[in-house]
Design a protein around this ligand. Structure first.
Ligand code: EPU
Length: 293
């Protein structure tokens, strides 16, 4: 039976994930689905569950290594306009989960509202960033949020207050939900100053990170009190190649795809970095990226 009949979603079959990940790596998703709105998303969750079809949520695809054989799952992307609404009330910004962080940073700047400048340059969606508590320069998105509207995997919607959400370094208690939208509490600030800060942060990022080839950003989480990039660097692994993937010579916590890299190549480099760091520093590097098999 075609369980997807009756949905208003945009559906593709055996969709190559390499088209949807910043790494430009990944085999086909059995189903690639863009629900039209909240109601369609709810129906989708119900029918996939009934048909034992696993569901995977994709944000901007910037923190994912999808396997070469793809995934036997329904990959959902909240790409429809109803998940990309943005509104302002007093000093609050309410943003749909499908918006890119760059879009909300710019909108806040245009309204003379400050508090999320540090998100500039992070290539994620609002939803994806919240789930993993993305951050930079000592700040995390969880610090700026005041309420989050979520749907559980049974299709039930609720609004969580900041105090009911646990945020930690690159993780949150939101992982068990699908994020629909988030409310950020910001404060008034001169637009020109906001713009200058954003420019400075983006430049700083360009100065230290390797953004010229496809990647998934930092591969490993930083171990407590240290930098994964520095540790991998000290193991002499910069420039190390495996197939068409290599460890960046600029920032050792970046693995780059020089065109045609396979997930297997990236996994081998990750394994090598983990083993060398373990031997030299007795530290275990944990992946920051999500690996989809
Ligand atoms: N370093 C080296 N060699 C390298 C890389 C870094 O010696 O190859 C040194 C740097 O010189 C610096 C230290 O390690 O003294 C830290 O490096 P950096 O300032 O680049 O920061 P990071 O700890 O590697 C973290 C986040 C980034 C975030 C930046 C800026 C993690 C895993 N990484 O990087 O986030 O953009 O700080 O705030 O938390 C990401 O999450 O994907 C990500 C890239």
């Amino acid at each position: 039976m075609n369980w997807w009949k009756g949905l208003k979603s945009k559906i593709s079959f055996r969709e190559p994930l390499k088209k949807h990940t910043s790494f430009k790596i990944g085999g086909p998703a059995e189903f690639f689905i863009e629900p039209k709105d909240e109601n369609d998303l709810r129906l989708l969750l119900i029918v996939t569950k009934k048909n034992n079809m696993p569901v995977l949520l994709l944000g901007a695809g910037s923190n994912i290594l999808a396997g070469d054989k793809g995934v036997k799952a329904a990959v959902l992307k909240l790409n429809a306009l109803s998940f990309k609404k943005i509104s302002f009330k007093d000093s609050h910004l309410e943003a749909g989960s499908g918006l890119m962080l760059g879009q909300i940073v710019k909108a806040a700047q245009d309204h003379g509202l400050s508090g999320i400048e540090f998100l500039a340059g992070i290539p994620g969606t609002v939803g994806g960033a919240l789930i993993m508590n993305a951050g930079a320069w000592g700040k995390n998105i969880g610090d700026a949020v005041s309420r989050v509207k979520v749907m559980d995997y049974n299709g039930k919607v609720k609004v969580l207050k900041r105090k009911d959400i646990k945020f930690a370094y690159r993780s949150s208690s939101l992982e068990k939900f699908i994020i629909l939208s988030a409310d950020f509490k910001l404060s008034k600030r001169n637009k020109k100053e906001i713009k200058e800060d954003i420019k400075m942060l983006v430049q700083r990022r360009r100065g230290t990170q390797d953004l010229c080839s496809p990647s998934a950003g930092c591969i490993f989480k930083n171990p407590e009190g240290g930098s994964a990039g520095r540790l991998i660097d000290l193991c002499g692994l910069k420039g190390k190649t495996q197939g068409r993937a290599y460890i960046s010579s600029k920032h050792a916590n970046f693995i780059l795809n020089q065109g045609g890299a396979r997930a297997a190549d990236v996994l081998k480099l990750m394994d090598l970095a983990q083993k060398k760091v373990k031997t030299k520093f007795k530290l275990t590097l944990k992946p920051e990226i999500k690996i989809w098999h």
